[in-house]
Design a protein. Sequence first.
Length: 311
Amino acid sequence: MAERRPKRQRISLGGPAVDTSFEDYLTGKTTEKSTEDEEEEFDQENVDPEDELEDEDEFEPQPAAPTRATSSTTSTTNAPITNPRDLVLRIHAHQNNTPSTSAKNIFYLVHIWSLFGEVPVEVTRLLRVPATLLFEQFSEAICATLDWDEIHLWKFSLEPRQQNAKNKYPDERKEIANIKDCGPGGMHNLGADVKSSKDLDSKKVRLMDVWGETQAPEVRKLRMFFTYDCYGDWSTAQVTFMGVAAEGLQAADLGIKVKKGQAIWCAGGSGASVPVGVPEDEFDEWEAETNKHEWEIGDVNKHLAEIEVKV
């Protein structure tokens, strides 16, 4: 079966000649018959990294944010980041030097695509999440969104993007960094005395440390995956930063009911979640009785409301 990406949902907002995608509506972007020139001027904060790198043969780092010039006669300002280790260091630096207050009241739109083999309907969800959300809590949100029990090991992996990549799944050979539980007693350590140099602590790294507007473009463009049950059945989802949500966007604006003050909520999606880690007879029962096109956004948001957000 040929692999395909989820189609962008088109909606009508009324008015003359408006063609606005669901994601653009949520980010506050509405245009009349956008031209190619207008698309090139699209705010970098709301660029879909998958589209931005569509024409690149390999991962080609773009100029990084300006850095302080050294005493050397050769300036390092705007030098591209080519070393994977330096990308990890950039995330560490952003984590340590950028206060959460700088992203107060900023929310991201993140697309979750469950990569569960051949299914009649792609399972996708669009989440609105705080920029200051820790990856530890983000893992809870993804599990709640896809109806996965939080009983197995998990990790986020980052790797460079490539044009026309045939493999839609994560490739450990290309991993630049892993975001997972690195604290004392963390299950991911499995007794190891020293964690890998590419490991990042999910209890310390925030979404803004990867996707923030002050982060280096080379980091923001990295491909991200969430892998659940890393050493077992191995279920995975592709995680894509869609942009910054329109200022003041509320669930009620989309006709969605959520708990008052709820920090994380689902704005839309497609496909019934496929259960993982269940006995074969239970899966067969689900397969026979479930309408693969139906899912309840209200149930998803009830689960998301239970997540304790720490910023």
